[in-house]
Design a protein around this ligand. Structure first.
Ligand SMILES: *Cc1c(COP(=O)(O)O)cnc(C)c1O
Ligand code: SF4
Length: 376
């Protein structure tokens, strides 16, 4: 495969618009990769060690968004392997201890009322920063084993009100598989909401077919969270894919990861969240990058995350603000910029606004007795 195959102008429309064509024509070898980016000889040799450890996969659609001449291209950085991946002494395999947090096969449970359910292990693309990087495999996708037993576990656990279908990327599975899965989950009376986490609208928008949307719409209330990281990903194709989901009555949220060299500056993040709300996709979470082995070159500091979310608050619509979270083995911990509640002064609290001004808000102590001004 070469450059001509990664452009919507060079591929017949019936192929380009067919998600299975993109799956079949994924870029998975360094030789194919040469057609998309221009690695030098020396680099290609060193990359062989990287892809032996962490395989490579890019859909032609997503590859077509890469700027061939820009080595710092944020799309390129997300999916093209880098020698830095094997220079990461601090990284750990499973920072969330997911292996231990599993009450049943394919289920991760941290919260009392909801579980993450892994249904496949494959993804259309392998994001180089993925926190499940240890699970990348070159084997053909397909459902995980023991799914029926897992569903029986959920059926027998009435505390579970919310099932988050995840992977890999669940939408790499066939329509008929997804329909069977959703039908089983919906037949469980205590499962109130179903959520799907998928990057398909970003890396494979062709997957969001009218047929898939019709299937999903039969299992409401169903929510979809997707994963845009950079404004360059907000293409007409992605917008249309989101629109089809929205028209099927599915609310869309977005979970980004804070990534060095991709979106770790306020300007890019503002452009991203504004673009998302224009597409009616609600920014939901911004994740601090996990300490996963092979992702050192993507890590920023938590302080940088706070600076960026602080730079959004007040400067973009309230609905465009994601919550900055650090994911821990005991759940997600939201962090807010150190603005807001500064201190108490008698019956007042001092608040700091986004304009960096201070506002004294009358707020009597719990007994409700007004003791006079703070100078009592
Ligand atoms: C993130 C996550 C959820 C969902 O969390 P919300 O804050 O409800 O979106 C549920 N289970 C696990 C294991 C998770 O990691
Ligand atoms: S789509 Fe999600 S799960 Fe798959 S490689 Fe990318 S970040 Fe990881």
């Amino acid at each position: 495969m070469c450059r001509r195959l990664i452009s919507s102008e060079k591929v017949p429309a019936e192929s380009w618009n067919d998600w299975r064509w993109h799956i079949r024509n994924r870029i998975t070898t360094l030789d194919e990769l040469r057609c998309v980016v221009a690695p030098d000889e020396d680099e290609t040799e060193r990359l062989r060690r990287v892809v032996a450890r962490f395989p490579l996969s890019i859909t032609p659609y997503y590859a077509s968004l890469i700027d061939f001449d820009d080595r710092q291209c944020p799309i390129r950085r997300q999916v093209v392997p880098s020698v830095e991946e094997i220079e990461d002494p601090d990284g750990v395999e499973d920072p969330l201890g997911e292996v231990e947090q599993s009450p049943a096969q394919n289920v991760i449970q941290i919260y009392p009322d909801r579980v993450a359910l892994t249904v496949v292990t494959q993804c259309p693309v392998f994001c180089r920063f993925c926190f499940r990087k240890r699970l990348f495999s070159t084997t053909r996708g397909g459902a995980v084993r023991g799914l029926e037993k897992t569903i029986e576990y959920i059926r027998g656990t009435p505390q579970i009100k919310d099932v988050l279908v995840t992977g890999g990327d669940p939408l790499i599975a066939s329509d008929s598989f997804l329909e069977r899965l959703l039908r089983s989950l919906r037949s469980i009376p205590h499962v109130e909401i179903i959520r799907i986490g998928t990057r398909a609208p970003v890396v494979l928008p062709q997957r969001i077919t009218p047929r898939l949307c019709a299937i999903l719409s039969r299992y409401h209330p169903l929510w979809v969270n997707t994963h845009f990281n950079h404004p360059k990903e907000l293409t007409p194709e992605a917008r249309e894919a989101c629109d089809r989901l929205l028209r099927a009555g599915i609310p869309l949220g977005n979970q980004s990861v804070l990534l060095k060299g991709v979106n770790d500056d306020p300007e890019t993040m503002r452009e991203l969240v504004r673009g998302l709300v224009r597409m009616r996709v609600r920014p939901y979470y911004l994740f601090q990058c996990h300490l996963v082995r092979g992702t050192r070159h993507f890590r920023t500091t938590i302080e940088q995350g706070l600076r960026i979310t602080g730079a959004l608050r007040g400067h973009v619509s309230g609905i465009a603000n994601p919550l900055f979270v650090v994911d821990t083995p005991d759940g997600k911990v939201p962090l807010l910029p150190r603005r807001g509640l500064k201190r108490r002064e008698g019956d007042y609290v001092v608040l700091e606004t986004f304009k960096r001004t201070e506002w004294r808000e009358y707020n009597p102590t719990a007994d409700g007795q007004r003791k006079g001004r703070e100078d009592h």
